[in-house]
Design a protein around this ligand. Structure first.
Ligand SMILES: C[S@@+](CC[C@H](N)C(=O)[O-])C[C@H]1O[C@@H](n2cnc3c(N)ncnc32)[C@H](O)[C@@H]1O
Length: 233
């Protein structure tokens, strides 16, 4: 999970705060309208969404495959663990997977992953997540970005090929007072899913797709994200 830990190290420099805040607000309203007592946030990252839901009176548990992300979430006093979702022992009224998490799951593992999500949710409960649209991958996400700080340099190069977004990350981090920088690099892959493809898998598993909401997160031109609201009947 080296690339996921690398992402955890650079996340705070990416300047997505406004977009993420808008996404949390939108998904937060949907979650609260379902009135859950308990929530599991899958791919919780540094735990910000868990924190917001806790402030709204919901008992939360976050899981992520990146040790580094979970270290940060736990340091904020949140209940979070670095475990695979198949090893979670509790269930909840609502599960969430926010800000690209579902796009991280490869095509050959998506059905099993969604089945594991289904098992986590109490009957009548909800699974709410977002995915990037094709426009989001093809037009918004592709490109390069360099971030130059006093003690670090970050280079990001994202290319979308045959339904997969390859994001190459290189981090040079100054480890001590001398001018010696340690280099780390890795590639994160995100897989593009169509509505039809996901809706079909979700209904095979037993979810009812109640609604799919289009979202213009990064641009006004065309929707770049979609939010799935699924009920376990
Ligand atoms: C873009 S980040 C979003 C994090 C968080 N949800 C947020 O809103 O900031 C995607 C997260 O998904 C996590 N992730 C990727 N694959 C996962 C998996 N199979 N199970 C759990 N977490 C996963 C990554 O480690 C990363 O923290």
């Amino acid at each position: 999970m080296q690339a996921l830990d690398l992402y955890a190290k650079i996340e705070e420099y990416l300047d997505f705060e406004d977009e993420v805040e808008y996404l949390y607000k939108t998904i937060g309203h949907i979650v609260l309208s379902k009135n859950p007592q308990t929530l599991i946030d899958i791919g919780c990252g540094q735990g910000e969404f868990c924190h917001i839901m806790q402030l709204n009176g919901i008992k939360t548990f976050g899981v992520d495959l990146s040790k580094k992300q979970i270290e940060i979430a736990v340091s904020k006093g949140l209940d979070a663990k670095c475990i695979d979702i198949k090893d979670i022992k509790t269930t909840c009224d609502c599960a969430t997977a926010i800000f690209d998490v579902i796009n991280y799951i490869p095509k050959d593992g998506i059905k099993q992953f969604l089945q594991n999500c289904y098992k986590l949710i109490n009957t009548g409960g909800y699974f709410i997540f977002d995915i990037n649209s094709l426009y989001g991958f093809d037009t918004v996400a592709q490109g390069t970005l360099n971030i130059d700080k006093d003690d670090k340099f970050i280079a990001i190069d994202a290319n979308f090929k045959e339904g997969v977004l390859y994001t190459d990350i290189t981090l040079f981090n100054q480890e001590n007072q001398e001018n010696i920088f340690k280099k780390e690099s890795g590639t994160i892959k995100q897989y593009c899913y169509s509505n039809e493809e996901l809706s079909s898998i979700l209904s095979q598993i037993g979810f009812e797709v109640e609604n799919i909401v289009n979202l213009n997160l990064h641009t006004d031109e065309e929707f770049d994200k979609q939010i799935f609201i699924c009920k376990k009947g």
